[in-house]
Design a protein around this ligand. Structure first.
Ligand SMILES: NC(=[NH2+])NCCC[C@H](N)C(=O)O
Length: 406
């Protein structure tokens, strides 16, 4: 199977990453908010940190594949497909002037190496890179270093544009314009790459009206999927995923979807910023969500879907579904200041690579110590620059294959 993910914790076999590239060097103070960053990372250091992340994964026997390589392989199969991709890409990049669209197309087609072309689509394009001869009013007023195509700085968070589950993926419609552009890459891989095409299920469509993002999707078990209702994911999208998964016996074993209603704010944009599974019976949780959290159970009821609100603490609810007593390890321990600081820097955003083994940011010292005290094998990675994008090791990775639960 090209995609096979039925848990958050079983040994990770294959993972999708994107090495941050020059898209980070097109971030400016004015565009940070729109492009969902809080600061400008130093690219050289961010890349070193990211390379160390990939190295840790390889050291642990995990096959690492890169988004840019898969997209290039897809487009290299057929010249017409490359043209089709570029046209669609340019349409979605919100370029309004026809001459600029044509010049952009020419610029991308001038690359002889498809991977370099793909990286260029990610990086953004400045006005002075286009071969334009127009003499209209707009061209007189353009600043030569103005961006005609925005960069996509969030691409290194491969967790979000789609979510692997069962034998396929939920291909997302994203909350923001900037991130919705990212989903085109996965769309082309899944629909056209010779290894993926026809070999996997798609449980959602990037053109659906409701938004949903991968950081909100947690594979609790082969039969239970948890999805956050958050800043990024709407209840309507969860209803649709439920319809597409609970009735699809051939490709999905999911019998229950648990919807976790978490606060709607930037610090907690996705469920995985406040809650990740780290062992058969242990979760890392940001205590800040516990007061207001509501949990809903969606199951199949003949031809329709039944939704019931669960009563009980998070610990009780998880213990019930997992069939064992669950321990919640608070991010930042019991100190509210440490909890808020470390949650902001993705202290509870762990990437579990085997039961009881997690990759985390080194900077969250309080949370990391506490996980070790609970017997977790904590592997730290450098995080000074990558963390400025507001995502941790789980956000920066999309599992494609995990070992099955025995
Ligand atoms: N799965 C995650 N928590 N991803 C974090 C994504 C961070 C990114 N800057 C955004 O705002 O979209």
């Amino acid at each position: 199977m090209v995609i096979d993910v039925r848990s958050e914790i079983m040994p990770l076999k294959k993972v999708l990453l994107h090495r941050p590239g020059k898209e980070l060097e097109n971030l400016t103070p004015d565009t940070l908010e729109r492009l969902l960053f809080d600061d400008i990372p130093y690219l050289e250091v961010a890349q070193k940190e990211h390379d160390r992340f990939a190295e840790i994964l390889r050291e642990n026997g995990i096959e690492v594949v890169y988004l840019e390589d898969l997209v290039a392989e897809t487009l290299d199969q057929d010249e017409n497909l490359k043209v089709q991709f570029l046209k669609e890409f340019i349409d979605e990049a919100n370029v309004k002037v026809d001459e600029e669209k044509e010049a952009l197309f020419k610029l991308y087609m001038s690359y002889t190496d498809t991977k370099e072309m793909v990286l260029k689509t990610m990086e953004g394009v400045k006005y002075n890179e286009l071969d334009l001869h127009s003499n209209d009013l707009l061209s007189h007023l353009r600043d030569s270093s103005e961006l005609v195509v925005d960069p996509m700085p969030n691409l290194y968070f491969t967790r979000d544009p789609f979510a692997s589950t069962q034998d396929g993926a939920i291909l997302n419609r994203m909350y923001s314009v900037t991130r919705n552009r990212e989903t085109l890459y996965a769309y082309y891989i899944f629909n056209y790459h010779k290894d993926y095409k026809g070999q996997m299920s798609l449980f959602y469509d990037r053109k659906n009206p409701f938004h949903i993002e991968g950081g909100d999707v947690l594979n609790i078990s082969d039969e239970i999927l948890a999805i956050g209702i958050s800043q990024r994911t709407q209840a309507g999208a969860i209803d649709k995923v439920a319809k597409n998964m609970l009735f699809n016996k051939e490709h999905s074993n999911i019998k229950t979807i648990l919807a976790f209603d978490i606060p709607n704010n930037r610090a907690m944009m996705h469920l995985d910023t406040v809650f990740t599974q780290i062992d058969y019976d242990k979760f890392s949780v940001h205590p800040g969500i516990l007061g207001t959290l509501r949990v809903f159970e969606l199951t199949r009821d003949n031809d329709s879907i039944k939704t019931v609100e669960k009563v009980g603490t998070l610990e009780e609810i998880l213990s019930e579904y997992l069939g064992k007593k669950v321990t919640l390890i608070p991010c930042g321990g019991n100190d509210r200041i440490a909890a808020e600081r470390e949650q902001w820097n993705d202290g509870s955003n762990t990437l579990c690579i085997a039961p009881g083994t997690v990759v985390v940011y080194d900077r969250n010292t309080v949370t990391n110590r506490l996980m070790r005290e609970h017997g977790i094998n904590v592997i730290e990675m450098p995080s000074a620059e990558l963390s400025r994008g507001r995502g941790g090791p789980r956000c920066m990775s999309m599992p494609l294959v995990r070992e099955r639960i025995k």
